[in-house]
Design a protein around this ligand. Structure first.
Ligand SMILES: Cc1ncc(COP(=O)(O)O)c(C=O)c1O
Length: 450
């Protein structure tokens, strides 16, 4: 097997990564393109030197409680490669200024860097840059749809359809809208193995349903939902679709145009980018019709006491100073992920998932939640006789970081009748050795708790 190392994009330390939008931008015209290109695909996991890739992540070298860190909490937040850390650092050291306000050189550089990241994200996800609203993450993005699209439109008698496996960020905003409009919430149920019951979902798409909110990938079960098929069915019935892509974008090639949804929300910190970054993609007609969510600077073209003329989308929805350095970092994260290759990342994580699932099944007394045939590398589990928090605490003492609790998905845990689970979530920078360490730590914890 030929092993070729990934040339991870390390930015010029004197410049704000590759996203400065400068004339010497190494990504050339592609970085400047207004029109999207399909995401690349086809690389296999075997063509990447994963040991080299792991070395790009400085934090993974640290120890916890005197043990090498085994980070199995990437569904919570992802670790950052040096290229992203350096891009943020380089921006503050050499280019820091506010965007879209100053004509001086730094102001221009900051604006170009920020907009170059929007273009990089658009290219990565196969959408138009002017349909991408940059914001603090999925929670903001879904609330933007709730307050600007749903609140002015929905009324008593309308229904919002959400799946059982949604994160609270894709439940609570709809409940707030329902309370204020008189609309009702309907739940699309799942099977015990953790897949959406598609027949039931189709039947639930009745004429009263105006909006359907569904996760692309479940943060608890790892289930990959057939969002393309779901959105096609919804569209045929005139139902507007909101897809939560938080757990999909970091782990597989995502082509939003091919999905055919109305809105797609995602978060930057799970995809190697800084916290406080993310975006909402929306069809242009929605962005034009929607009123602004927040008012302030940046989102206007003219203000007088008689009224305000709003900026064009997406700027109409980006009030105030954004997380400029964060988005420069997110642009570097996109470059980095493209450098590794999303198809290779998906294949690598599938291998790691198969290993972890097999190893957990071999332990005995382990209940895994979520056995969907198409599944991302998230494993929620319980060990007979052990509380999830006790288990996570003992694993931590062995250097293994897993999340325990309800994973912001109370209705899903209610479905399974459990108060909490442990969740081990993988990323491409994890190793097979780490899975063995995790299993050994789990067996030790189990003995202690018996
Ligand atoms: C599926 C899903 N949706 C939404 C969110 C919320 O993302 P954020 O907290 O970045 O807004 C998360 C984060 O865990 C998630 O996993």
């Amino acid at each position: 097997m030929q092993m070729t190392s990934v040339t991870a994009p390390h930015p010029d330390p004197s410049g704000p990564a590759q996203h400065a939008g400068r004339s010497d931008d190494p990504r050339g015209s592609a970085a400047q393109a207004d029109h999207p290109h399909p995401p690349h695909a086809g690389e296999g996991a075997g063509r990447v030197d994963w040991t080299r890739v792991r070395e790009d992540f400085p934090l993974l070298r640290r120890e916890v409680h005197g043990k090498p860190l085994v980070y199995l909490d990437s569904a919570n937040t992802g670790q950052k490669p040096a290229a992203v850390i350096e891009a943020v650092d380089g921006f503050y050291r050499s280019h820091n200024a506010n965007v879209s306000r100053a004509v001086h050189a730094l102001g221009t550089e900051a604006t170009e860097a920020y907009e170059a990241s929007r273009k990089a994200l658009a290219r990565f996800l196969n959408v138009r840059a002017d349909e991408l609203v940059l914001c603090s993450g999925t929670t903001f993005a879904i609330n933007l749809v709730a307050y600007s699209w749903a609140l002015p439109r929905l009324k008593a008698g309308d229904t919002i359809l959400v799946s059982r496996m949604e994160h609270h960020a894709n439940i609570v905003p709809w409940q707030l809208v329902a309370q204020r409009t008189g609309a009702t919430i309907k739940v699309a149920e799942i099977t015990p193995e953790g897949t959406l019951d598609l027949d039931a979902l189709r039947r639930a798409m009745t004429p009263e349903v105006k909006l359907l909110a569904v996760a692309h990938v479940s943060n608890v079960l790892g289930t990959v939902n057939p969002v393309r098929e779901i959105c096609r069915e919804a569209r045929r019935r005139g139902i507007v679709t909101v897809v939560d892509g938080s757990q999909a974008v970091p782990h597989r090639p995502v082509d939003i145009a091919a999905i055919g949804c109305d809105f797609y929300a995602f978060t930057g910190h799970k995809m190697c980018g800084p916290t406080g970054t993310g975006a909402l993609w929306a069809r242009r007609e929605h962005l034009q019709a929607m009123p602004p969510f927040l008012g302030g600077g940046e989102m206007i073209t003219e203000v007088s006491f008689d009224g305000t003329v709003f900026n064009d989308p997406p700027h109409k929805f980006e009030a105030g100073t954004p997380n400029i350095a964060g988005f420069v970092g997110l642009g570097a994260a996109v470059d980095y992920l493209e450098g590794v290759g999303m198809a290779a990342i998906e294949a690598r994580e599938a291998e790691l998932l198969a290993h972890m699932t097999q190893a957990l099944d071999a332990v005995g007394g382990v209940r895994i939640f979520g056995r969907a045939p198409e599944k991302a590398a998230v494993v929620s589990f319980l060990v007979e006789g052990a509380h999830a928090h006790d288990l996570a605490t003992l694993l931590d003492l062995e250097g293994v970081a897993v999340r325990s609790g309800q994973h912001c998905a109370h209705p899903l845990l209610q479905f399974y009748g459990v108060a909490a689970t442990c969740r081990a979530s993988l990323a491409f920078y994890n190793t097979h050795e780490e899975i063995e360490t995790f299993i050994a730590a789990l067996q030790k914890a189990r003995r202690l708790l018996a």
